[in-house]
Design a binder for this molecule. Structure first.
Ligand code: FE
Length: 330
């Protein structure tokens, strides 16, 4: 989503080209500090990185734990935006009008408020609290992500996430795909003591398996941990694993992580989460690193500079399409 009205609607900071192997280097750099506290097989935790709060071009408030200072990518995750929480007055809510993407996936998860999505592949829908929209930009798509007309007119609370997940070279030019999953269809599970609950957007947890299809193995889970919750979640050792706290405080591998902090975990095959506040909200993300070169500029994420230049050419020539609008937007 990058909400802004600039020539390229990319609030995302323009990033230099980053070789994909930077991600694993960073993990090693962050990881060892936690090793002493870790049981065999579990993942050492990193010191928490604090998300910076910033206002996007259109006035949208985000907390962005990734990219952050000195950390451009956590392969395969390119960007994590916590949108809001923000209380908008009538006429204040802003979004991202028509803009393109190519070469990766955008995943939107709403907690409060409503966004209306429309794209050049003919998909449209309203994303309401608890809903997930998993959009594969693939070869190219033009989309608009705007607060619903009700929120724009009347104002209201907006809170959610948008995460960018890279696609491997073999899928960068795949057909665009849209998976819109309503809140009630997202599998949920609780621990036996009821202190931990999880919404499984991607991956598996506590016996629940996601219904969303992903191009590479991805874990995307929203955990709510009560005080005393204690969960050990097996996770493939091949995954890069991130834990972002957006309410309360937890312990990850016996290290504290509080609201607005991102923890990057080292090698291991399980993650140990403990609630350390009355109630905590946690996003658990994991994915197999692609290990490919990343050429990234604004809304396009490719492997080479030449592919990146071609993406701009294709967008400008209209090859990524345009949104066909009916009389009614939402
Ligand atoms: Fe977008």
């Amino acid at each position: 989503m990058p909400p802004t009205q600039q020539s390229y609607p990319l609030g995302h900071s323009i990033l230099p080209r980053v070789p994909a192997d930077v991600a694993s280097t960073r993990l090693e750099a962050f990881g060892p500090e936690g090793a002493d506290h870790t049981s065999p097989g579990q993942r050492p935790g990193s010191p928490g990185l604090t998300a910076h709060r910033q206002t996007e071009g259109g006035g949208f408030i985000v907390r962005r734990p990734l990219p952050t200072h000195g950390l451009d990518i956590l392969d395969p995750f390119l960007l994590i935006d916590e949108m809001g929480p923000a209380e908008y007055g009538p006429g204040e809510a802003v979004g991202a009008p028509d803009h393109p993407h190519r070469g990766f996936e955008t995943v939107t998860y709403m907690l409060d408020g409503e966004f209306v999505h429309e794209d050049s592949a003919g998909h449209s829908g309203t994303i309401r609290p608890g809903d997930v929209q998993w959009m594969t930009a693939g070869a190219g798509i033009v989309h608009a992500e705007m607060p619903s007309s009700r929120i724009r007119k009347e104002g209201g609370r907006v809170h959610g996430f948008q995460i960018w997940i890279n696609l491997p070279a073999k899928f960068k030019m795949t057909q665009p795909r849209y998976q819109g999953i309503t809140a009630e269809r997202i599998p949920k599970a609780s621990s036996a003591d009821g202190l931990a609950t999880v919404r499984v957007v991607a991956g598996e947890a506590l016996g629940a398996s996601a219904i969303i299809d992903t191009h590479t193995p991805i874990v995307y889970q929203h955990w709510t941990l009560r005080e005393g919750a204690d969960v050990v979640l097996p996770l493939s050792a091949e995954h890069n694993v991130l834990v972002y706290v957006f309410g309360g405080a937890i312990r990850v591998e016996d290290r504290p992580l509080s609201d607005g902090q991102l923890g990057i975990l080292g090698a291991g095959d399980a993650v140990h989460l403990q609630g350390a506040a009355q109630s905590s909200e946690v996003l658990l993300l994991a994915g197999v690193p692609l290990g490919e070169p990343v050429a990234r500029y604004g809304p396009f994420v490719m492997n080479t500079e030449a592919e990146l230049r071609q993406a701009f050419v294709d967008f400008r020539s209209g090859e990524m399409g345009a949104i066909t609008r009916g009389a009614r937007v939402d």
